[in-house]
Design a protein around this ligand. Structure first.
Ligand code: PMP
Length: 358
């Protein structure tokens, strides 16, 4: 830390992204990326002409992409917000809708970035414990009158709430924003986008990083009523108007056009997830019921950190979180069927070695 950093950030603990080691080639199942490439249309759209136009700033309104998303999700363009990854929308939402008097609420086990944003902006926050079975206690979020942030499906558990449960939360906090982070919704969850027609306080956030195979392009979007979107735009135009680069906007348009390709990939990922979960359960591993492109798994025979290390030694990267209630689990992204077969074999080997030890 340098002597120049403002005192208000000295104690701030920044978010830690999943590791990207370079020492050897790993089967990378630690950051919930798609194992499948972007569509043919996306590759064709990043043409020489597109690159030649990089001397010009991108369209700060992202109109063409917004029109495509609005048509796909049956809303109007004023209800769509575009950002440099959905992380940027989360950042803007904490900045726009909270302050020292207006705090935030989220589950105690969820996306690790939520408390980082709250601390960055010195926003008081409450973390509501997950229930015994690791599901979100939706009733506990009713009538709180603070900004609520819920990942649905939740991370790293993969477990989802129904649209009905979310509606109760939204309805009972009419004067505060309820942000539903649907980063993983395309893998079997139910989207709340339809509820934005009825509720002005609902902000639904999605990303192109997971089901649309574009984590490297950094593109996220939010859907809400126009009034709320205008607040986010105010923050965008006060920080970084050209927040999405030209190539990403072009790739995003092509990706929306290839919706069928991505739906097919999501279907394959769901099938692979279910097969992997079944095989791990047959080995005696606990696997939470997931509606995401990852599973959360743990074995009574060794703690999560040892599991993470032993899988890494076998060339497979997964994610472990050093947090009391989940320290015996690891989060495993769903890769190709071949990668998941390698994962199940690695588990088999690790668990057999444990059995043989006295
Ligand atoms: N929300 C959740 C729940 C996530 O797991 C992630 C991915 N780390 C994000 C948002 C951010 O995704 P991105 O910025 O790539 O859109």
């Amino acid at each position: 830390m340098s002597r120049f950093l403002s005192g208000r950030f000295v104690a701030l603990e920044a978010y830690t992204p999943g590791e990207q080691p370079r020492d050897k080639r790993y089967i990378k199942l630690n950051t919930n990326e798609s194992p499948y490439p972007p569509s043919k249309e996306v590759m064709e759209r990043i043409s020489k002409e597109e690159v030649m136009a990089l001397n010009l700033y991108p369209d700060p309104t992202g109109r063409a992409l917004k029109e495509k998303l609005a048509a796909l999700y049956e809303v109007n363009t004023e209800q769509v917000f575009l950002a440099n990854g959905s992380d940027e929308i989360l950042n803007f939402a904490f900045l726009a809708f909270c302050d020292a008097q207006n705090g935030a609420v989220f589950p105690d086990i969820s996306y690790g970035f939520y408390p980082v944003y709250a601390k960055l902006y010195q926003i008081p926050f409450e973390e509501i414990p997950l229930k015994e079975d690791f599901s979100i206690d939706s009733k506990a979020y009713c009538g709180l009158n603070r900004m609520i942030v819920i990942a649905n499906p939740n991370a790293p558990t993969g477990m989802a709430l129904s649209v009905g449960q979310i509606e109760e939360i939204v309805k009972s906090n009419p004067d505060h924003v309820v942000l539903i982070d649907e980063a993983y919704v395309d893998f079997g969850g139910e989207s709340c986008i339809g509820l934005t027609k009825k509720y002005g306080n609902l902000l639904v956030v999605q990303t192109f990083s997971k089901s649309r195979s574009m984590a490297g392009a950094r593109l996220g979007f939010g859907i809400a009523q126009a009034e709320l979107i205008a607040d986010l735009k105010k923050i965008q135009y006060s920080t970084n108007p050209y927040n999405i680069n030209r190539l990403t906007l072009a790739a995003g348009e092509a990706a929306v056009e290839s919706d069928a390709y991505y739906k097919e990939n999501a279907k394959r990922i769901i099938e692979t997830r279910e097969k992997t979960a079944k095989e791990l359960r047959e080995l005696g591993v606990t696997v939470l019921p997931s509606k995401a492109n990852f599973i959360f798994a743990g074995s009574g025979r060794l703690d999560g950190d040892s599991l993470y290390r032993e899988l890494k030694a076998q060339g497979i990267l997964v994610r472990h979180f050093e947090k009391e209630r989940i320290r015996n689990f690891v989060r495993i992204s769903i890769g190709t069927p071949g990668q998941m077969e390698a994962l199940v074999s690695a588990f088999q080997k690790i668990l057999a070695e444990r059995r043989e030890r006295p």
